[in-house]
Design a protein around this ligand. Structure first.
Ligand code: PGD
Length: 757
């Protein structure tokens, strides 16, 4: 057996003593194991585990209802029987009064690896069995592109089937990376990753002579030496358009490709030339916006045209106001180069945004817990949760539709942390006070759990058997329980089974299967008639089964070979460089062709007079999102126990700051404490803080001061545009000042107060 367990950040075998993990041995199959595995040490019996079912004191005493105490109240431990009875009654009340429209089960979040005990699948299945719920659509990761790309490239799943790394290693001569290929993100893959191969793949490309060009404000976003064009945050679209403009005026655009494979070419090129708005998107135009000299832009465009060039845009660029534009401009630039569909050239999206991007999928789907059918079809774009709670009944625009927010009365969350993943947390906290009841299943006292009325203690993967698998992973893993559940924790499946029983729908929910029977059922269903794959018992005994290596893939190669036989699912069947359909929606924040729109928050906006630093609020290197923030590896990354803020030496000097100083990072939405790390790898005027520190508001400070350094107190809660309504959390304007006086304690570092009745 090579390993006995799987997490989103690696396969491993734990060493367990006294009921807890004492050490973690990475799988020998993994050439580049992630240090995130260390966060698992001490995670099973940690004081932040939720030991028993908990009900918020105010909810228990006063009953359901909007409540400003949510998040600050004490909790009362109750028995499983009592909590099941109370929660079943409350679900019954909401369904009777409001029907499925009263229950929000959108419940976004990565939860844990494991195909059966997958928290999202379990909560959706349970709520569907009950008669339905308001769901959410798209992701915080790539919600902008998930709406935009079908308009430009059709149903082709560009987000998941990029040209694979071995093809890039063989053919790519230049890789122009808007946002880089950040190694930190490639440690994690939803569902699990036994083999970490992205950093080695990038190094292999560099070793074969591929030139990397980083367009971005943080040099660390590429793990190899690169030509660095430190573009100002929020101006990538301008730079990409200027590169395209240069190709056109220099006669380097591939007219045959534009004529044969693209639609909307005249409109897109007219905009580049400024024929529609009088502003040519030239290098001279872009230079003062993006901070890159015009001659460097022109020289880069010419070098790109002379080589096999891959243009890639990270997900973080679309996780922003007007985030559609850098993606659209990247596609336009790649189309002008004419290399889309050729090995090693063309367009990529999200190389380095997630561990499995660029690694080919291995055949069909992996074993998957069926979520059931949600008869209530209503859904909101995932990042509009606070708007929904604050403005029931209000109209909003989305992808050409006009919708209304439902009047939700009960929020049910399982496997996610909205007080980590959402923006403008002071606003979210206000919204969170509105529903009558908030239910959270959590292994830990996360900020989401602290802001709930009913907290049900869930097991973690090391306390249960499961099947681990993801799209690209070379093995399917028998995940073996290594410890007994902590205190009274139970599996989400067991919790929902009892609730379903109390509500009279247990048979529909369980289909009469125990967890072990489900594992066998899911595995055998996945194996099908295959004679090459072992049966369940042999799989379980062996610990894993290998999946065949997939052939290398090239994005859109079939379309390139024969566009008539393999048309895209766009109105024209071609790549839509301008989209009449998007234009017909009439959105000025996402018109029908790639453009640069001035962000509300960037160096050039009036607001920068008060908040002159552009904060990059991106995914962390020391943990997955907010998971195990208390773990040893995450803790080691902190400064005075707070999240680090990286500051350029010039910006530090102006403010009299040095390494290790405690600072207040602030704007008018809120503030957080952070520890200074002076770092010359940033563009001056740009600071960087990772998401994921556990929200720890200091009581009585308005609008909010987070003692731990949760960066989402500073970000703006707006949709990327009316087209996608995607998460726009990746940037914000801030100022930094030294924190004078004793720092407030981090309350989220310990459990909330639990009282008797
Ligand atoms: P996680 O910390 O992974 O964050 O947001 P997400 O909510 O996914 O939360 C998962 C939770 O599930 C954890 O609290 C964990 O303890 C719990 N959990 C794990 N296993 C189980 C289980 O078996 N049962 C139950 N009941 N619970 C379990 C991530 C989201 O954040 C994402 S994907 C992105 S890309 C966004 N990125 C940014 C960003 O770049 N910038 C900003 N400002 N904000 C972002 N937010 C988004």
């Amino acid at each position: 057996m090579t390993h006995s367990h799987l997490s989103h950040w690696g396969a491993f075998t734990p060493e367990v003593g006294d009921g807890d993990v004492t050490a973690v041995r990475p799988s020998p199959l993994d050439p580049d194991p992630s240090p995130l595995l260390d966060n698992l040490v001490g995670s099973l019996r940690h004081p932040l585990r939720v030991p028993a079912p908990m009900v918020r004191e105010g909810w228990l005493r006063d009953g359901p209802g909007p409540d400003r105490r949510r998040g600050e109240d004490r909790f009362v431990a109750v028995s499983w029987d009592e909590v099941t009875e109370r929660l079943a009654a409350e679900l019954g009340r909401v369904h009777a009064e409001r029907g499925p429209a009263g229950v929000f089960g959108g419940s976004y979040g990565w939860s844990s690896a494991g195909r059966f005990h997958h928290a999202q699948s379990q909560v959706h299945r349970f709520l569907a069995t009950l008669g339905g719920y308001v769901a959410s659509e798209n992701t915080y990761s790539a919600g902008t592109s998930e709406v935009l790309l079908p308009h430009l490239l059709g149903a082709h799943d560009v987000l998941r089937s990029l040209t694979s790394w071995p093809v890039l290693a063989e053919h790519t001569e230049m890789m122009v990376c808007a946002g880089g290929v950040p190694a930190k993100n490639t440690a994690v893959t939803p569902g699990g990753q036994t083999v970490h191969g992205t950093t080695d793949a990038v190094r292999a490309m560099a070793a074969r002579g591929c030139e990397f060009v980083l367009l971005g404000p943080d040099r660390r976003d590429l793990p190899v030496d690169a030509t660095w064009l430190p573009v100002r945050p929020g101006t990538d679209a301008a730079l990409l358009l200027a590169l395209g403009h240069t190709l056109v005026v220099d006669g380097l655009a591939d007219q045959a490709f534009l004529d044969g494979w693209c639609a909307g070419v005249d409109e897109a090129v007219d905009h580049l030339m400024g024929r529609d708005d009088g502003v040519a998107k030239s290098a001279k135009w872009a230079a003062p916006l993006c901070g890159i000299p015009a001659r460097d832009i022109v020289a880069l465009a010419r070098r790109m045209a002379a080589r096999r060039t891959m243009v890639t845009v990270t997900y973080s660029l679309q996780r922003a106001e007007y985030g559609e534009q850098p993606v659209w401009a990247g596609i336009l630039l790649a189309a002008l180069l004419g290399q889309i569909g050729l090995p090693g050239g063309g367009f990529g999206h999200g190389y380095g945004s997630i561990g499995d991007n660029g690694h080919s999928a291995r055949g069909g789907p992996v074993p998957t817990m069926p979520r059931g059918y949600n008869e209530h079809r209503e859904r909101i774009p995932v990042a509009r949760i606070a708007d929904m709670l604050l403005h029931p009944g209000a109209e909003y625009a989305y992808d050409g539709e006009v919708r209304r927010y439902p009047a939700v009365d009960l929020v049910y969350w399982c496997g996610g942390n909205p007080f980590h993943h959402h923006q403008d947390l002071a606003r979210l906290r206000e919204a969170w006070r509105r529903p009558s009841t908030v239910v959270v299943h959590e292994p830990y006292w996360t900020p989401a759990a602290r802001h709930a009325d009913i907290v049900l203690p869930a097991t973690v993967t090391l306390e249960r058997d499961d099947i681990g698998a993801s799209r690209t992973d070379p093995v399917v893993t028998a995940m073996r329980a290594a410890a007994t559940p902590h205190a009274q924790a139970r599996d989400d499946y067991a919790i929902f089974t009892d609730l379903a029983d109390a509500l009279g729908v247990a048979k529909d929910y369980t289909e009469g299967r125990t967890p072990q029977e489900w594992l066998r059922h899911l595995y055998e269903g996945w194996r099908g008639e295959s004679s090459t794959l072992p049966g369940f018992d042999a799989f379980w005994a062996a610990g894993h089964v290998r999946r065949p290596d997939p052939p290398p893939s090239v994005l859109l190669d079939d379309f390139r070979r024969d566009p008539a036989a393999h048309p895209l699912r766009t109105p024209s069947g071609r790549i839509e460089l301008a989209s009449a359909r998007v234009a017909s929606f009439g959105y000025d924040d996402c018109p029908g062709r790639a453009t640069w729109l001035e962000p509300t928050e960037w160096h050039g906006s009036p607001r920068a007079a008060r908040y002159p630093l552009v904060l990059l609020a991106n995914n962390p290197a020391a943990r997955l999102h907010s998971q195990l923030d208390f773990g040893p590896h995450s803790r080691d990354s902190k400064v005075h126990g707070r999240e680090p803020v990286r500051v350029h030496p010039d910006d530090a000097a102006v403010r009299g700051l040095a390494d290790g100083d405690l600072v207040r990072v602030h704007n008018d939405r809120g503030a957080c404490l952070a520890g200074v790390v002076v770092d010359g790898d940033l563009l001056p005027g740009v600071v960087q803080m990772s998401t994921g520190a556990w929200f720890s508001p200091v009581p009585g400070v308005e609008p909010v001061l987070c003692a731990a350094g949760n960066v989402n107190v500073l970000t703006r809660d707006v949709g990327a545009s009316r087209l996608s309504q995607g998460c726009a959390g990746s940037r914000a304007l801030v100022e930094i000042e030294r924190w004078a006086g004793p720092p407030p304690p981090i309350k989220a570092a310990g459990p909330p107060e639990v009282v008797g009745r």
